[in-house]
Design a protein around this ligand. Sequence first.
Ligand code: SAH
Length: 337
Amino acid sequence: MNILDLELKELEKIIKDAGQPGFRASQIYGWISKGVTEPDEMRNVPKKFWDTEGIRDLRVVLPEAVKTQHSKDGTVKCLLRMEDGNSVEAVFMKYKYGNSICISSQAGCRMGCVFCASGMLGLTRNLTAGEMYGEILAVERETGEKISHIVVMGTGEPFDNYDKLSKFIRIINEPKGRNLGMRNITVSTCGLIPMIDRFGDDFPQVNLAISLHASDSDERSRIMPVNKAYPLEDLIRACKRYTDKTGRRITFEYTLIKSVNDDRKHLDKLANLLHGMLCHVNLIPLNEVKEKEFISGTRERAEEFREALERKGIPATVRRELGSDIDAACGQLRLTK
Ligand code: SAH
């Protein structure tokens, strides 16, 4: 059993059931949070503890970094192989406020957004909570850097794997372990409405980002199939429920795709749609994917969008592009054999 998959109280229970003192759980949790994963190296945990019946099967399993690429801008992309042979990618980025990692929540994705590379092969399987935690630890080991911020924006739809995602958040937030602040975590969803409601109840302090990418429902359905199940009007209503409940600002991601969603009429519709909402718009020039016909809106157009939105009182930024020389930019993560 992988200890990374266990919440503190679960680990404690296993340890107590094995007749051992419960405080060993926090000791082990503490070591792991510092990147110490070998039982022998956990200095205050005696060797014979690990030999006890009921404990013997516990191990810390990290994904293996099988390929690491360094970008000129300091971004690092790691291909991580899980125990069963499936691989996912995670991306390390340096910002003024700290070191951030973009992690994957699934191997593949079944949402089928037409401009995205991650979903091209469909969904293979959900990642476990411990595998998500393992992405952080493996990338820290690979880069020698400490990570302070986490965005769940890599491959996969986190709300399509809600139970494992929420367990992961509870594990990395545990004060006796990693103690990562809820406000240092951001989860991005394509808009699975029931889970947005649940997330607002369960994790009101965690940042929520919504992939919007369109200003009306028909257009959105054309590029994001999920919109057929959860149409834009309902999504906006869910977002309002969320901000009313939590008092937290939502980030709307809007990827500019040439001749699809990047002209003036889209801008006006977008501004009307978001008018008066507690939100922030993050404009992302599309990262072009080889196998897809979509072309990026220009950075200048993104700037125009930003200025116009701001004039209408909607805070907006243009996302800085990191790691494009190693195919690590948004939406480019996919497994190339
Ligand atoms: N499934 C989640 C999180 C993963 S995608 C979601 O949809 O939010 C992370 C972000 O990258 C999403 O906003 C997604 O729409 C965007 N994205 C996907 N492909 C892209 C591309 N080619 N260029 C720019 N952004 C892209």
